[in-house]
Design a protein around this ligand. Structure first.
Ligand code: FAD
Ligand code: 2HG
Ligand code: ZN
Length: 520
């Protein structure tokens, strides 16, 4: 049944919708989101010294050509997209991209690079948001683009085994045909690879329901820096034999090994999905809506996302989407997923009636059919894309006690005043994860200095995390101490030295180095 209703403030009963949400095409080709502005090389903008790695020679390229004929990219124009990140905020100067198809090829590449002391940057869909996915200098890009084979799927257990370069959305489509879904979903699904998702421990829009990849990933195959392959690709729900080594590689952002295959537990595709999109007049009401929603929807709640009015304004202006709910300082997207549509709709309706009657929600709309659900989701999922139209984006991905989530946005807005074009907040409220974004016409070092380390100090004071889901990559590695004690960082450095003694895997990322950010 495709029901849809809009509530107006003060209305005691459902009013039928007068405005249909537009039929917006879903943005999945991430590269299409941006123009083609010139990107300042990372080593010019930040004071980074090249570490003493080997330099690529003709003989090296010849070796790789023999190893994987036709899958070695050297042309400047062809290499360019692999050097620049999705945000167009960092740029390396690699001259070589390798596209292996098998784990054996990845092993041979790394064994060779290890011997020759050549640095390597593993890359999936290049949708990372912290500058981790592209080289800083001339690191060789090891792309998983051609490692896109599904190895097996067990319909009884729901366990999928696939190569690391499978695109998340393709995997989800494959699973949907068999009545399952991937346990994670994110706005970059059309481009990001499952290996990249695991390497960043991506969170996304379904974490509230299905948990983190640290729980759903059951096994990994990884090639270490010296080329040796570690086969921990088990498909077991339970395995307590010794240390859980795969956890070391989940979230390691390409610094400890190259993930070549993933075994992952996938949930059943829910039979009934509903989405409500609501307006709230204050953040306090957003919080109370969340509490009420959790209490009343219980096990069928699958997402609780929020965004402020600035997000909505930019999505409407730049992407020509139109919101079915207007004039609210905050918006909330609630998704339910369950197995009985009558039961789920009744529960959601009861919740919405209560939320309206008690004044928590001032306006809202609900969708139960697939197309309208997609349209409502795009208002939330495409904020990141809309922001890129505003100029340079300073991105912060913060975990905080949920009650404090929006205070940081308000404080930052007051601190920056007119120096910033926009200071806005949205995110996975149900996970206590704020996406604080600040935009300006162009990059400015003085604006960056006004934001950092203020934003990290603020977060640390609340015992939050400076990276809830995007990782540290290149941009945040110098700030790890705001979220981890020194002993933990030292232990991480020892793991790194043990697994990659020459430091050839994704250098200049994740762990702090002696150098500091400089002026540009
Ligand atoms: P890349 O960007 O290519 O790489 C990311 C990091 O992983 C790099 O450090 C790279 O070296 C390493 N890496 C990649 N592949 C491998 C491998 N096989 N082995 C070892 N290391 C590897 N993130 C979230 O967590 N939640 C979201 O909701 C979310 N939404 C997004 C929406 C948009 C529009 C965009 C552009 C990004 C979003 N992201 C989100 C960030 C990003 O998409 C994720 O971090 C994603 O998991 C990265 O996957 P990727 O294949 O693009 O990896
Ligand atoms: C999201 O939740 C992503 O949409 C991206 O994690 C967040 O762009 C951002 O700040
Ligand atoms: Zn997110």
């Amino acid at each position: 049944m495709a029901s849809r209703a809009v509530w107006r403030r003060g209305a005691s009963a459902w009013l039928r919708a007068s405005r249909e949400p537009p039929g917006v095409p879903r943005s999945r080709g991430c590269a299409g989101a941006r123009g083609s502005r010139e990107v300042v090389p990372t080593c010019e903008r930040y004071a980074v010294r090249r570490l003493p790695f080997g330099r690529l020679a003709d003989g090296d390229v010849a070796f790789f050509e023999r190893l994987m004929p036709g899958r070695v990219v050297t042309g400047q124009e062809e290499v360019r997209p692999f050097n620049v990140d999705w945000l167009q905020s960092v740029r390396g100067c690699s001259q070589l991209v390798l596209k292996p198809q098998t784990t054996a090829e990845v092993s041979q590449v790394l064994r060779y690079c290890h011997e020759r002391n050549l640095a390597v940057n593993p890359q999936g869909g290049n949708t990372g948001l912290v500058g981790g996915s592209v080289p800083v200098f001339d690191e060789i890009v090891l792309s998983t683009a051609l490692m896109n084979r599904i190895i097996s799927f067990d319909r009884v257990s729901g366990i999928l085994v696939c190569q690391a370069g499978c695109v998340l959305e393709r995997l989800n489509e494959y699973l949907e045909e068999q009545g399952f879904i991937m346990p994670l979903d994110l706005g970059a699904k059309g481009s990001c690879h499952i290996g990249g998702n695991v390497a960043t421990n991506a969170g996304g829009l379904r974490l509230l329901r299905y948990g983190s990849l640290r729980g759903t990933v059951l096994g990994l195959e990884v090639v270490l820096a010296d080329g040796s392959a570690l086969d921990c690709l088990t498909s077991l729900r339970k395995d307590n034999t010794g240390y859980d080594l795969k956890q070391l590689f989940i979230g390691s952002e390409g610094t400890l090994g190259v993930i070549t295959a993933v075994s992952i537990l996938c949930p059943q595709k829910p039979k009934a999905v509903n989405v409500a999109f609501l307006g709230c007049q204050s953040f306090a009401k957003v919080l109370e809506t969340f509490t009420t929603c959790r209490a009343m929807l219980g096990e069928i709640l699958s997402a609780f996302e929020f965004m402020d009015e600035k997000c909505m304004e930019l999505v409407e202006r730049h992407l020509k989407l139109s919101s079915p709910v207007a004039d609210s300082p905050f918006y909330v997207l609630i998704e339910t997923s369950g197995s009985n549509s009558t039961h789920d709709e009744e529960k959601l309706n009861n919740f919405l009636e209560k939320a309206i009657a008690s004044g928590l929600v001032s306006d809202g709309t609900m969708a139960t059919d697939y197309k309208k659900i997609k349209v409502l989701w795009s208002l939330r999922e495409r904020i990141t894309e809309a922001l890129t139209h505003e100029g340079y984006v300073y991105k912060y991905d913060i975990s905080l006690p949920v009650g404090k989530l929006y205070e940081l946005v308000t404080d930052m807005r007051a601190r920056l005043g007119h120096r910033a074009k926009n200071v806005l907040g949205y995110g996975h409220l149900g996970d206590g994860n704020l996406h604080l974004n600040i935009t300006a016409e162009s990059y400015s070092h003085s604006l960056l200095d006004a934001i950092e380390p203020f934003v990290y100090e603020w977060t640390a004071r609340c015992s939050g995390s400076i990276s809830a889901e995007h990782g540290l990559g290149f941009k945040k590695k110098q700030f790890i101490q705001y979220s981890k004690p020194q002993q933990a960082v030292l232990l991480m450095q020892r793991f790194k030295a043990m697994l990659d003694p020459k430091g050839i895997l994704n250098p200049y990322k994740v762990l702090p180095s002696a150098h500091e950010r400089s002026m540009s």
